[in-house]
Design a protein around this ligand. Structure first.
Ligand SMILES: *Cc1c(COP(=O)(O)O)cnc(C)c1O
Length: 435
């Protein structure tokens, strides 16, 4: 189809990596208009945790549409919304002893992040927000100020204010606890870091290259926040909804963040939907102070409720994710061992995994070779150097093994082609820490 070249903006990204016209999708498969089948390890960048057109949710959606259920409802109380909230409260919040109110924001991830940042600033009366190296929180200006990536930041066109960057876990090497530095600068009134309203963090940095922080680090971060009376915002937009093996990615750390953002796989069906969760005491919003026309995507409420009812009524789905996650981890270890540890490093947690390559060129060659063999898989990270495994959580064992096999074959092919594998670049040179 020529129309894409004729009038679609140059801003396109995923379409460049997968230059086909797709017209059908089911489960872990996408199909192009020539009938070619692709195994989907991109899964809408983490939006399709339950696969494409999950039949269980589709049935509920079709029934709702057939009955002229409300599609758009601003923030009106609707049955669909009420039932989603009830289910979310009973099956997600209460069993985890999480006492949160829900704010429905505009339907994209960055809408939820903007609301979370604004709330934290209004409550504390402070402007600064601590964010982390390689963090990604969206590309609207407030979220972008907390995002690390220079390619995205560079497009802002205005100065990005209101955030101070701190080193994420592992940024200065495995042996350095970077929360010690954060604690130090927040203690020292001459550190030059303004006392922040909040800290915003991902437990596994998705766009930043599948960097998983340790649970010890997360607990230490939580303690530093409490000590300095700074709000902790967990951006669970990509790591949440089961991706790391539990519904919320921070559960295993035993912490209770002040504010949590969710979007991507929340609707379960690829329908736009985002929420902010926060402690009731923080609910200092005045009516209508923050709004948005598309806060009531009722079709998303229907599928989101079905997703929770079906997959999160007990622990069996979580165990499945953990089992598959262990399988992926073990296979990635094998692959890395086979093709040289200096060139590839496995990363991640649960079914949020990646192979970090010495550079972006190598990673790109691998994903292109995989695509030629019917697998859609993308890269992320500072230099697009991490091959990012993000298949639907519902994928069959056979297709999971098959997809990883295609990546292994791609790595083999690319390594054989390259006479020498480029030297490892020093992306994150360890710096001496002057505390
Ligand atoms: C994708 C993502 C966002 C932004 O979501 P959009 O829907 O693209 O605005 C924010 N935070 C994290 C962690 C994400 O992965």
């Amino acid at each position: 189809m020529k129309i894409f070249e004729e009038i679609e903006s140059e801003v396109q990204s995923y379409a460049r990596a997968f230059p086909r016209v797709f017209n059908r999708a089911q489960g872990e498969f996408l199909y192009d208009e020539d009938g070619n089948e692709y195994l989907d390890f991109l899964a809408g960048a983490g939006t399709l945790n339950y696969g494409h057109n999950n039949p269980l949710f589709k049935e509920k959606l079709l029934e709702y549409i057939n009955n002229d259920g409300i599609t758009h409802g601003l923030d009106l109380h609707t049955r669909a919304k009420g039932e989603f909230m009830q289910t979310f409260n009973e099956k997600i919040l209460k069993p985890r002893q999480l006492d949160y109110v829900m704010q429905f924001t505009g339907p994209t991830g960055t809408n939820a992040v903007e609301a979370a940042l604004k709330l934290a600033r209004n409550i504390t009366g402070r402007e600064n927000v601590i964010s982390f190296t390689n963090g990604f929180h969206g590309v609207s200006l407030g979220s972008l100020a907390t995002t690390g990536n220079s390619h995205h930041r560079g497009a802002a066109g205005v100065s990005l204010n209101g955030s101070s960057r701190m080193p994420y876990d592992g940024y200065l090497g495995d042996d350095i606890d970077t929360t010690v530095y954060l604690d130090k600068v927040l203690t020292d009134s001459s550190s030059g870091i303004d006392k922040p309203a909040a800290v915003i963090v991902e437990t596994v940095q998705g766009e930043g290259g599948i960097n998983a922080c340790s649970f010890d680090w997360l607990r230490a971060l939580d303690a530093v926040c409490k000590k300095h009376e700074v709000l902790l915002i967990i951006d669970d937009i990509q790591a949440g909804c089961g991706r790391t093996g539990t519904y919320f990615s921070f559960e295993a750390a035993g912490i209770k963040p002040d504010i949590v953002t969710l979007s991507k796989s929340l609707s379960g069906y690829g329908l736009p939907f985002a929420v902010v969760l926060f402690r009731p005491e923080l609910d200092l919003w005045k009516p209508g102070e923050h709004n948005g026309t598309f806060r009531g995507n009722n079709l998303a409420f229907i599928t989101a409720r079905a997703a929770i009812d079906h997959y999160w009524s007990d622990d069996s789905f979580a165990s499945e994710i953990q089992r598959k996650g262990d399988f992926i981890a073990q296979r990635l270890e094998e692959i890395v061992e086979k093709y040289g540890e200096g060139n590839f490093t496995p990363r991640g947690r649960g079914m949020f995994r990646g192979i970090s390559c010495v550079n972006g060129e190598l990673a790109g060659n691998i994903t292109r070779a995989a695509f030629r063999n019917g697998l859609m898989i993308e890269t992320s990270g500072a230099d697009d150097h991490v091959v990012k495994f993000l298949c639907p959580l519902t994928i069959s064992d056979e297709n999971l093994a098959r997809g990883i096999g295609i990546v292994e074959a791609a790595i083999k092919e690319v390594c054989q082609q390259a006479d020498t594998i480029p030297e490892r670049k020093a992306y994150f040179p360890p710096l001496p820490l002057a505390v």
